[in-house]
Design a protein around this ligand. Sequence first.
Ligand code: HEM
Length: 186
Amino acid sequence: MKGSIFNALETLVLELKDTLYWENLLVKHAPKGRCYIGVNDYPDTELYAMVNAICEELQLTLDEVLALFGRHLFAHLMHHYEVVVSRFAHFEALILNINNVIHKEVNKLHNGANLPIMRCMMIASGHIEIHYNSPRKLCILAEGLIYGAGDHFDMAVKITHPQCQHRGAEACILNVYYTQQEENDG
Ligand code: HEM
């Protein structure tokens, strides 16, 4: 997994806990002297070990932490890869272009990143169906990222996940329903 993903995890840990806790995670789950550089690759197992430790510490399930992390990660990626994402002014355009533009550009920048296949199809106004497929089976992280995109563009988002790689399907199906967030009168 790219260093930028670990950098995002660090900022989440600093929000939820503190620097000391992050340093302890490094001591326990990474090789000595590890320093994550955004563009470099690090073993997925390091990330999973840290995420599992966070689950224990916060008494949350793996899905809860992955969803939280995905939501947080979106803002981090928007900042880190501004050149790739600044062209998308709307939630819908960004989601429809995850595979064909965003991850494609990321792949060019990194010369072979570990990215999922995400086929995004417009079903009706306010409804996009996504077919997610990845050997890493991080579909709940994907859900979190989509909710994070909703936060960014002030959209109210709901996702259903009727078919899942974790339940033996070849690909997950994510139905993304979205509307513009109501203006707050107050
Ligand atoms: C809502 C929109 C997005 C979704 C649903 C999404 C989904 C994902 C998922 C699930 C992964 C984990 C790898 C896997 O599942 O195999 C991933 C990795 C990644 N994504 Fe996205 N993504 C989104 C937007 C973005 C954006 C805006 C960027 C930056 C321009 C980005 C850059 C990356 C990078 C750098 C990785 C890690 C690649 C690696 O470690 O080699 N993604 N994405």
